[in-house]
Write a new protein. Structure first.
Ligand code: ZN
Length: 160
């Protein structure tokens, strides 16, 4: 009888293991490629200069199909946030309470990105005390390589 158990390990499990991974599509692929280089870029219309997110082929303002990827400073502010409550997927329940924030970008206030506020790029999802979350707080993008997945932007407080 073959019983296959996971190999024994004496190191703590990675707190980022088993989290859901983004699935890049063709329109969004450049976002992830730039993130892997530590750059936050937003798809921007080359005709009317309007940034758009999520990425898509056509500008919703002028219907142009030409676009480029504008580099952002990575600065923004917390527009809103939630503290997800159980029931949660097991990998997330292990880190609760953690936060999910919506960030309004400084250079493109109509662009709002969903992410997590963390104490450092590779820190756990629950590394910031929920009592520190404030709508309007200035934040800055940092980049974290997900185990087995793409590099994602995360956020740290400008004034930790
Ligand atoms: Zn346009």
């Amino acid at each position: 009888m073959n019983t296959s158990l996971p190999p024994a390990t004496d190191t703590a499990p990675d707190p980022g293991a088993d989290l859901l991974l983004p699935v890049p599509d063709d329109d969004g692929a450049p976002f992830w490629e730039y993130a892997a280089r530590g750059e936050l870029r937003v798809q921007t219309c080359s005709d009317c200069d309007e940034p758009r997110f999520p990425p898509r082929p056509c500008c919703p303002h002028c219907q142009s199909f030409t676009a480029h990827w504008q580099r952002m400073s990575g600065r923004g502010r917390i527009w809103s946030y939630v503290l997800p409550h159980p029931p949660l997927l097991p990998a997330y329940a292990a880190q609760a309470p953690y936060n999910a924030i919506i960030v309004e970008l400084t250079e493109a206030p109509r662009i709002r990105l969903v992410g997590n506020l963390v104490a450092a790029p590779d820190a756990a999802l629950n590394s910031v005390d929920p009592a520190r979350l404030r709508i309007g707080a200035p934040v800055k993008a940092v980049f974290h390589a997900l185990p087995g997945g793409p590099t994602v932007p995360r956020w740290v407080l400008e004034r930790p």
